[in-house]
Design a protein around this ligand. Structure first.
Ligand code: AMP
Ligand code: ZN
Length: 123
């Protein structure tokens, strides 16, 4: 596949990783170093270095990618959450394959623990 880079970790994980969710062309994985109780990464299978190259995706795939972010959040039991994309090393980007951070706390309705709503207010 021409858009896959052999030396790219997220190309490998998009194709062979443990996915918590997937749809055609996009996957979601758990962040290995979570910065919130729920910290997922939404990764396109197609390699682009960063959000700067978003224009390389056809418009309908950009829409599907964003819808997949929202669906993944909902399926993870998140009602309120933060989406983050770091663009460039000075902004905190460490993996140069576009990905969306999805950070949140589970809502009480989906939580295994009672009283989790207090965590929601910390978002
Ligand atoms: P960024 O700093 O925005 O490029 O985000 C890269 C993210 O990838 C960080 O939050 C890392 O914790 C995460 N990460 C690095 N290696 C792995 C891995 N093997 N599996 C899952 N997440 C990873
Ligand atoms: Zn890649």
């Amino acid at each position: 596949m021409p858009s896959q880079h052999d030396d790219c970790l997220f190309c490998r994980l998009a194709h062979d990783g443990a996915h918590v969710a997937s749809t055609k062309g996009f996957v979601a994985i758990k962040d290995i170093n979570p910065k919130a109780p729920v910290h997922l990464l939404i990764i396109p299978e197609r390699h682009v270095d960063s959000f700067r190259e978003i224009g390389e995706f056809p418009a309908h795939d950009v829409k599907r990618m964003l819808e997949f972010v929202a669906e993944t959040a909902r399926d993870a039991g998140l009602e309120d959450y933060r989406i983050e994309v770091n663009v460039g090393a000075p902004a905190g980007q460490t993996i140069f394959h576009l990905h969306w951070h999805l950070l949140g706390h589970r809502t009480a309705a989906h939580s295994d623990q009672a009283g989790d709503l207090t965590a929601v207010t910390e978002l």
